[in-house]
Design a protein around this ligand. Structure first.
Ligand code: SF4
Ligand code: SF4
Length: 404
């Protein structure tokens, strides 16, 4: 696509990167067919090709309007378009660059700023979220249904015995997951324990919540803190940095792009991203430890967009669960987003709800007894309306009925 960037960005590192991405797009529109918001809303500007045009206009000096921002906000950055694109267009990176420019030029209503700031204030600090849940859970019957359904159910986590292992990995304690679904990392510790591998949690937030709510400066600060902590904990014998929430893992895998123009941080971001492991990377080669644990139970796996389109692990978890003896029911349109997408379900609730309804219908089509997934956001978003339990897949590698 021919591009003539405006003076304010031409020749800058971001401008050069955006220009290369724009030039790679041949305007074929293949991506439109797999875009969830285009399927739902039917507007070219709510699909990848239209959004690429909007960003191009802005980078060429056009003045973005509230409508421009709205079309970009409606994109959950699921990256299905990247998987589909035959020209390798890096849409998400272009969207990051374009959104930062739009954010500086479009004045948003104060209530939008307030909502976004509230999301960051509450969810990026585990103690705040823990306190809020402790206060709100007893009030659940009195709360409006749309609000009450978002409160994760409290589940008791058995204490973890302290065991020394031969192998060692770091894990991300995380912010939302550590409070809302602590069973996930507890399951990881027990599951990896069977492989004589210990887990050492690293506290911190990957920065995704701030990054995706228009606060890129705050997001970078959180990312730098996490990079320092992971680097400080990585020793020669550590087998990697295992992240059980695919949304956080996808964010961390993008650190090299985000810091590529910051000399003191580029290499460190590379180092941490290179250490990143999905749990399936460690468990996949050793599935004999779980042979038969699924006992032929019918389940459906919801592959988060971050797992399949950003981390490129499509099929990895499904293969493990199948070898463990679960009967995985087919899920139509498995490439489509469920509407969770980090804070998206809070910032674009109507679209998120419509995407969830479609996803739950697809997941239910095989009549599973449980839905497994790989990301805390998807787990909570789907569980709020699903008719069967929704669990992180790691919990399914423990004796049934642990997931109940
Ligand atoms: S599929 Fe790729 S090349 Fe074609 S319009 Fe979409 S982004 Fe551009
Ligand atoms: S990231 Fe997802 S929602 Fe956004 S344009 Fe691409 S396919 Fe559509």
């Amino acid at each position: 696509m021919e591009t003539h960037l405006a003076d304010f960005i031409r020749g800058t590192p971001e401008g050069s990167e955006a220009e290369a991405i724009l030039r790679a797009c041949v305007h074929c529109g293949f991506c439109t067919a797999t875009c969830p918001t285009y399927q739902l809303l039917g507007d070219e500007l709510d699909g990848p090709r239209g959004r690429i045009y909007l960003i191009k206009q802005v980078l060429e000096g056009g003045t973005p309007t509230a409508i421009t921002a709205q079309h970009l906000d409606r994109c959950p950055t699921c990256r299905a378009c990247e998987t589909t694109c035959p020209s390798g267009v890096r849409y998400a990176r272009l969207a990051d660059i374009g959104r930062a420019v739009v954010e500086r030029q479009v004045r948003r209503p104060w209530r939008v700023h307030l909502r976004r700031a509230g999301i960051r204030w509450l969810f990026s600090h585990p103690w705040r979220l823990r306190l809020a849940l402790t206060l709100l859970r007893p009030l659940r019957p009195l709360l409006p249904a749309r609000f009450a359904e978002k409160l994760p159910v409290h589940r008791r986590i058995p204490p973890q015995p302290a065991v020394r292992h031969l192998r060692r990995v770091l894990t991300l304690a995380g912010c939302v997951q550590s409070v809302a679904t602590p069973a996930t990392n507890a399951a990881l510790t027990r599951v990896l324990g069977r492989l004589d591998c210990g887990t050492e949690p690293v506290a911190g937030c990957c920065g995704a919540l701030a990054w995706h709510t228009g606060a890129q400066f705050e997001g970078r600060a959180r990312m730098r803190t996490l990079i320092e902590r992971v680097e400080g904990a990585l020793t020669a014998g550590t087998e990697g940095f295992v992240v059980t929430a695919s949304g956080c893992a996808a964010m961390i895998s993008g650190y090299p792009d985000i810091f590529r123009n910051e000399p003191t941080w580029a290499e460190r971001a590379q180092h941490v991203a290179a250490a990143l492991r999905d749990p399936s990377d460690i468990i996949g080669p050793a599935t004999e430890h779980w042979t038969g644990i699924g006992a032929g139970r019918r389940i459906a796996f919801h592959a988060p967009c971050t797992l399949q389109h950003a981390l490129h692990r499509a099929g990895a978890v499904e293969a493990i669960l199948t070898r463990a003896g679960y009967l995985l029911m087919p899920v139509p349109d498995a490439h489509l987003c469920c509407g969770s997408a980090g804070s998206y379900s809070l910032t674009e609730p109507e679209i998120a709800e419509a995407l969830r309804a479609r996803k739950l219908a697809a997941l239910a089509s095989g009549a599973p007894t449980l839905i497994a997934t790989a990301n805390v956001g998807c787990e909570l978003h789907l569980a709020a309306r699903a008719s069967v339990p929704v669990r992180h897949w790691l919990e399914l590698l423990e004796p049934w009925p642990a997931p109940e």
